[in-house]
Every structure is written in structure tokens, then in C-alpha cells.
Design a binder for this molecule. Sequence first.
Ligand SMILES: Cc1ncc(COP(=O)(O)O)c(C=O)c1O
Length: 381
Amino acid sequence: MIYLDYAATTPVDQRVLDVMMPYFRESFGNPSSIHRFGQKAESAVDAAREKIASVLGCQSDEIIFTSGGSEADNLALRGAMMARKDSSKWILIAKTEHPAVSKTAIQLEKEYGFLLEWLDVNGHGQVTVESLAKAVCNHTTMASVMLANNEIGTINPIADLAEVAKANNILFHTDAVQAAAYLDVKVTKLGVDLMSLGGHKFYGPKGVGALYVRKGTGLVPHLTGGSQEFDLRAGTHNVPYIVGFAEGLRLAAEEREARTAHVRPMRDHIIGTVLEGISDSKLTGHPEQRLPNHASFVFNDVDGNLLLQLLESAGFACSSGSACKTGNPEPSEVVTALGHSRNWALGSLRITLGTGTTPEQVDSFLKTLPSLVEKARSLHR
Ligand SMILES: Cc1ncc(COP(=O)(O)O)c(C=O)c1O
């Protein structure tokens, strides 16, 4: 079986696992305890926070540990909006956001009386400075635009968008869950107020994430209880996972260039070969401003879920877009937002590469794909 779904999740790096292991049994203390067991665990959490802060270029007390990217998105949106419920009421989000952002924003509108406005994207799935500038008004509280898209790989011009937000006095959140594996996530460069990260996209463990919260950005805690995480997120720290998250992020930053150089040529080879060799195929997302490990397509008259099943039987693990959407017979909202008709949007395929991908695996995939697209097409008609 060949794994081509690194955007869904990545295996834990052995080096990450090695630094995590002592915190399951030897140094198992609760960081909130006064005694030595607690102190040891607490210093591991502190060290992890420092490590992350140095990758993000922020203060360590601007990092809030969460249970993953989804929780970081939830805390950012709900926390910021609920803290401002008595003033302005509008939230702006891109049409291509992950459900962790979009469903939170929809809930804020339905259940809490905020107003949600959707930011259009261009044909490549990017939010432009013009579209954000046009959408903001006096009542806008915050905007959320992802750094890189999970389904189509498109990278948004976050630093420029954050500048527009700043000029209009609104909070700016970015979901960098996909981006952190390959892009610079220095908040000093991005200029964001809030940024979400998730460990399992960069060879760290699942079930752990972080939210960067710029100092002075008031949030309402969404998990109440103990005073962990500066009173923003109660619950005993998951010490081994926090330690693993920090090491995964550190390695991603340190090895960014080498990892990019490994995947990009194979990714380019996939895009070129598919577009040239398969009729009625189109690239989705931006041709250049996209994650270096990410190739995504639509095929006319193909049932994307059927294609995935055929690929699975042939020994290839791919995705139709978001891992959360697989199996859904409706076309992806992200692909639809790019302007593709239903017949094209239903035939989406995402191939994402990683450290374990080899040119031989890619060649084998490229040899197999055309006949499976044809088969899916003939069954569709
Ligand atoms: C862009 C984006 N945001 C948020 C998430 C959710 O992250 P997690 O799985 O850590 O909750 C994902 C994961 O698929 C993602 O790709």
C-alpha cells in the first residue's frame, strides 16, 4: 500500500516519539503539582512552549495548548467573538475554510446572534486584499482566513490580509494547520493576532495542537475548570503530546528546505503528467502559490469516491479533499467555491506527499491512475 495522503495525517517521526516516551512513565507527574514530579513535568511543558515560541517568533506565554487544530480554531473564533459580544457583531471567514472554522462561525451566527459574512475566493481559491477590504465594515469584529488550504493546497497572502485587518481595527485569525509543515509560520512576518496549529500534520502526535494568541487579545475561555493555559483552557496538560508537538514543529522548521526539496519535484511531476495524460482533467487551487507537497485535481464525469475506492483496491491511499468529507456524496464546498460545475466538482482527487514518498511510488501511481479514471468514468455514465 502506498500512502499519498500526508495532508490527512502524517506518521510520528521517530525522533519525536523518542522525546515523548519518558513522559508516559518515568516523568509522569502533573505539571500543576507542587512536588518534584510535578516540577519535572512543568519544566517539560515550559520548555515545549519556549521551543514553539522560537519557531513562531513570539513570547512563550502567547501559546495556548489545545487538543488539536480543531480546538485551536474553536477557541480562536468563539473565544474572541464571545469576548466582544457587547460591541461589534460581524465575523468574516473565507468560503474555503476548514469546517473547524466554518462550522464554528455558523454556530456563532445561529446560536449566539453574531453575523457571519463569507469572503469570496478567486478561481485559484485565494482571498484577495481587495475582497477583504471590500467586505470589512464598522461592525466587523474579526476575520479568519487560512494560511494554506487542506483540499486545494492554495496559500493565501496572509501578511497582506492581516495588514488590511489591522488598518480596520479588526482581529485576524489564520488556520495554519496545513501550512506549518512547509511554510514559515513566524507571526512577526504574518502579522496575525491568532493562529492555529495541529501536531499530526507535521509528524507530531494526533490530539494536540496550539493557538497563538497575541498578547492583549482578550478571549473567553471555552473550557472552564483549572487555571491551566493562563486560564484559557482548563485540563491537566497532556505532557508527552505537548513535548512531541514542540519537537515536531521544531524539526519541521529546521528541515523545511530539505523537506520541500524532497517533495516539490515529485509533486510537479504528478501535476504535469496528470494534466497532460488524462483528458478532461484540471488542477484545483493555485498553480504556484500552493503547498509544495500538494497536488489536487478535478476530473469531469468521474465519481470521486468511486475513484478513491478503485485507487485503494489498486494499493494507493489518496483523498478526495478533506479527510472529514470522504464518503460524502455532495461535491466539496471548497471546490465548488472555485467555480467548478457539479459534474467536475464531484470528481475531485487530492494527492499529498511526505518524507516517506519516493519517485518509484509516484511513478507507480502515475502509471495506474489514467486507467482508473477511465474505469470510474465508464461506470459513471
Ligand atoms: C486546515 C485544517 N484546519 C483544521 C484541521 C483540524 O485539525 P485537527 O485534526 O488537529 O483537529 C485540519 C485537519 O484536517 C486542517 O487541515
